[in-house]
Design a protein around this ligand. Structure first.
Ligand code: PGA
Length: 250
């Protein structure tokens, strides 16, 4: 069975105190044995949050980005070596906000994915189409191109280690969620691309998360879909009551 995952993406939110309270609240409520919970926290809090989750089964932290190079003169950037030295296991890469505001393209995202994999960490690779593409009905082709230009060039072994998050841009932070059927359609299509390039067993083993206005009120029906293995949750992951319900929505 594929790993079920409730991942939070805090983005650029929370003070240190708020972060400590939130993580303490959530770990207290626990996580089902067959689910893992990942907190995507801002870089300055990774060390502290990783200490808070240590010893709590099935809770982990993720970085929200990293640099593709291992070290050097890149003022303001965070390297995988730094993340590794903090005990971080997961890195969110290719989020649509990174693509849009920081001009990250498929080639750059692929190089970050490879750096993360080469250093024994797990990328949470994000993809997803903007509204005009969805309206034109070309969302499947759009995401196929994103994948073809990036992770579908990984080796079979590399591919077996990644987590994918499908996040339609029109659903991120808008309150508008893809319907469970829309999510299922895309997740099945992504799995099909992986099966074509590698094999069905590999495709069937990869966790594909849905992201875009996931809330306690819609998580159960989205996570119930056959090819949806959990969520990458922004706004609702900042609220302990909401996110606890999402962790228990499988
Ligand atoms: P949202 O964000 O849940 O607030 O829509 C999701 C994301 O950007 O990962």
């Amino acid at each position: 069975m594929r790993q079920q995952i409730a991942a939070g993406n805090w983005k650029m939110n929370n003070t240190l105190d708020e972060s400590i309270n939130l993580v303490n609240d959530l770990v207290d409520k626990g996580c089902p044995d067959d689910v893992i919970t990942i907190f995507g926290v801002p870089s300055p809090y990774l060390y502290e949050m990783n200490k808070l989750v240590a010893g709590h089964a099935n809770f982990f932290v993720a970085a929200q980005n990293c640099h593709q190079n291992l070290s050097g003169a890149y003022t303001g950037e965070v390297s995988v070596d730094m993340l590794k030295s903090l005990g971080v296991k997961y890195v969110i890469l290719g989020h649509s906000e990174r693509r849009e505001y920081f001009h990250e393209d498929d080639a750059l995202i692929l190089s970050k994915v490879k750096t993360v994999l080469d250093n024994g960490m797990i990328p949470i690779f994000c993809c997803g189409e903007p509204l005009e593409i969805r309206k034109a009905g070309s969302h499947l082709a759009y995401v196929a191109i994103q994948l073809n230009n990036s992770i579908l060039s990984l080796t079979q072994d590399e591919m077996s280690k990644i987590i994918i998050a499908y996040e339609p841009i029109w659903a991120i932070g808008t309150g508008e969620t893809a319907s469970p059927d829309q999510a299922q359609e895309m997740h099945l299509a992504i799995r099909g691309l992986i099966a074509n390039k590698y094999d069905q067993n590999l495709a069937d083993s990869i966790s594909i998360l849905y992201g875009g206005s996931v809330k306690a009120s819609n998580a159960v029906e989205i996570f119930a879909k056959l090819d949806v293995d959990g969520g990458l949750v922004g706004g609702a992951s900042l609220n302990a009551v909401e996110f606890t319900q999402i962790i228990h929505a499988f």
